[in-house]
Design a binder for this molecule. Sequence first.
Ligand SMILES: NC(=O)C1=CN([C@@H]2O[C@H](COP(=O)(O)OP(=O)(O)OC[C@H]3O[C@@H](n4cnc5c(N)ncnc54)[C@H](OP(=O)(O)O)[C@@H]3O)[C@@H](O)[C@H]2O)C=CC1
Ligand SMILES: [Mg+2]
Length: 346
Amino acid sequence: MFKSLRTLFRPELVLTRSSSSYVTRMRHLMKLKEDDGACLEALRSGHLLLYHWLAPLLQKAPATASTPGLFQLPAINTSDFEGVLDKLGKSRALVNEAVLIACTEQHEAQFSLDVGVLDKSEVERLCGGAFIDLRKAFFLLRGPEAPLVARGQALLRWHQTHGFCSASGHPTFRNQSGSQRVCHSSGQTYYPKMAPVVITLISDGTQCLLGRQATFPRGMYSALAGFCDMGETIEETLRREVAEEVGLELDSWRVSGTQHWPFPQSSFMVACHATVTPGNTQVSLNHEELEDARWFSLQEIEEALRLKKPPRNPEGETPTLWVPPSYAIAHQLVQEWVQQQRSAAR
Ligand SMILES: NC(=O)C1=CN([C@@H]2O[C@H](COP(=O)(O)OP(=O)(O)OC[C@H]3O[C@@H](n4cnc5c(N)ncnc54)[C@H](OP(=O)(O)O)[C@@H]3O)[C@@H](O)[C@H]2O)C=CC1
Ligand SMILES: [Mg+2]
């Protein structure tokens, strides 16, 4: 079994090191993105995140009292994996399909590689781990590994769905790092894209507004979200989506944070807190967009946050409120709102 990738990749340390080490690393990564020869050389000594039809390979982390049952990304270097390909009687050329996603503080390049053409259980046996659906993997990973694995999957998905030029219909060809694809017929260059989404938690000062789509699991409510239309600013999307979905006019808003969200395709989530005046809280629901939207008290939200896993919510019984899991930026917005309410009450 391969050792943990966590020992090799610790981006949180970047914040405590001098900025020059960060700059050097980013310049190195930029060179690898742009220089095919340098990227190929880096791949020879690089680390691979493996996916099988976009499901990442995870392995059980050594259990400690505070982290029982956690998983981690196995650290597999290129030569390890070439050995696996040899054992399976497959061509080593598969490794060259890896796409560059990051590099460690030691300037070791990290790549993601989809091995869907190989027998899943054989790779699991030889590499020591299991391929797990990304949504589930997000629950099982901690720290920087969850966004790293999402980034790797998003880039692989983009390549798998952009094999042809939308102008000429001819095949597109990637550079070695996978940072772009080019159509030699139209001359068009394609870059990986994220769709911008604004997500907002609205407060009237004492309650917050959460909504649910009919497709959400029973009992789950989340902050309101919507895709940016072409040419819109964040503020314009925010006001429009809230007006469209719940018929409210916002009083104020501020950006709280951002997140890359891989489901169902890459979105760039911009998370905001917004307020309405206490006399302007009457919800007019757009049933095409949402099944329900309701104001919740601090106590109700605190109870939902105390749930460690989604409740059972049997059919026929009133479902227990729960909010998106900690890896979703909606969860961060709810947590921040609770903190604000508690500080305001002091
Ligand atoms: N990380 C987090 O905490 C959370 C993330 N999200 C994510 O935010 C995203 C947006 O939320 P949602 O409320 O569904 O958005 P919207 O309210 O904008 O509604 C989605 C609809 O918008 C249309 N649409 C417009 N532009 C796009 C586009 N670029 N991609 C896909 N659909 C588009 C589609 O309509 P049609 O099908 O009719 O064409 C789609 O069904 C979702 O991907 C969701 O997963 C949501 C909540 C929490
Ligand atoms: Mg929406």
